[in-house]
Design a protein. Sequence first.
Length: 306
Amino acid sequence: MGEHVIICEVGPRDGLQIAKGIMPTEIKKRWITAMAAAGVSEIEVGSFVSPKLIPQMADTAEIVRHAVTLPGLTVVALAPNLRGAQAAHAAGAHRISIPVSVSEGHSRANLNRSPDEQVAEVGRMVEWLAAQERKVPVEASCSTSFGCSFDGRVKVSEVVRIAASLAAVGVPGLALADTVGYAHPALIREVVHAVRAEIGDVLEGLHLHDTMGLGLANALAGIEAGIRNFDSALAGLGGCPFAPGASGNIVTEDLVFMLESMGFATGIDLDRLIAARVILREGLPNETMRGGVPQAGIPKTFRHAA
Ligand code: ZN
C-alpha cells in the first residue's frame, strides 16, 4: 500500500493575486469545480484582504460559499488578521491560512507589522475562533522561511523561534513557505529538521516557489524529511505582490506526476487535472502557464500510485 501525500492547490489564491488580469467570478468557480472533480482534496480558494490592495480577491466570500458545496473538498481561505478570519468564518471556510513572515522586511511590506506583532494577531485569531460554535482550524504559513528578497538570508534560529511562538499561541499546524523561491534541498532539510526538533508534528507542510528551478528538488527534499503536505499551483501560477522577484509556485501537474510515479498517492487524476488548464486559460488569457508534463503530455510509462 502506497503512502499518501496531500496537495493543497493554491492557484486561486497565490496564483491569481499576482495575475495581470482579473479572473471573472463565474470562471473561477468553474475552475475550482474542475480541480475538485479531478480529485484535488484541498484548495486555497482566495484571501480575505482589502480589495483595494488585491482586487483579484474581491469575490472571495462568494467563491468560498460556492466551494463549500463541492463534495469532499476542504476549502481553505487566507486571512492576514482577525477581521479577515471573521469574514472567512462567516463565509463558511473549512480552514484559515494565516501568513506570518519570519523576516522583518517582508513582514512590514506584506502585513505592515513586525513578525512578533503578527504572532500576537494570530493569537487573537485563534482565541476568537475557539469561542465560535463552528470550529475552524487555522494553519500558519511562515513566509520567507528560506530567504527574503528584502532582508536576504533568514536565520534558521529565527524560523524556529517564530514557529515555536506560533505553536505557543495555539496554532495546531504550520507550513514553512519559500515565498521568494530561494531555498535549495540542503536548506530545506536543515530548516525542516530544526523546526521539527522544536515543535514536532505541528510542522505539517511546505509551500514552495520555483523561482530558481529548484521547486521539485526542494519538494523531494521535503518528502525525504518526512513532509506529507505540499502547496502547489496549477500551471505554476503565483507569486507575492509584496515580494519582488518571486515567481510561480511549484506546478501541481508536475508535482502530481513526480509523487504518483514514486508511489505516493495524491488522489488526483492527472488527466483531469491537466484538463482544468483550459478553464484557467479561458479566465486569464494573457497569463504565462508553466508545467513540463502538460506541455510534453503524460508519458505512456506513467501509472498512478495504488
Ligand atoms: Zn506563495
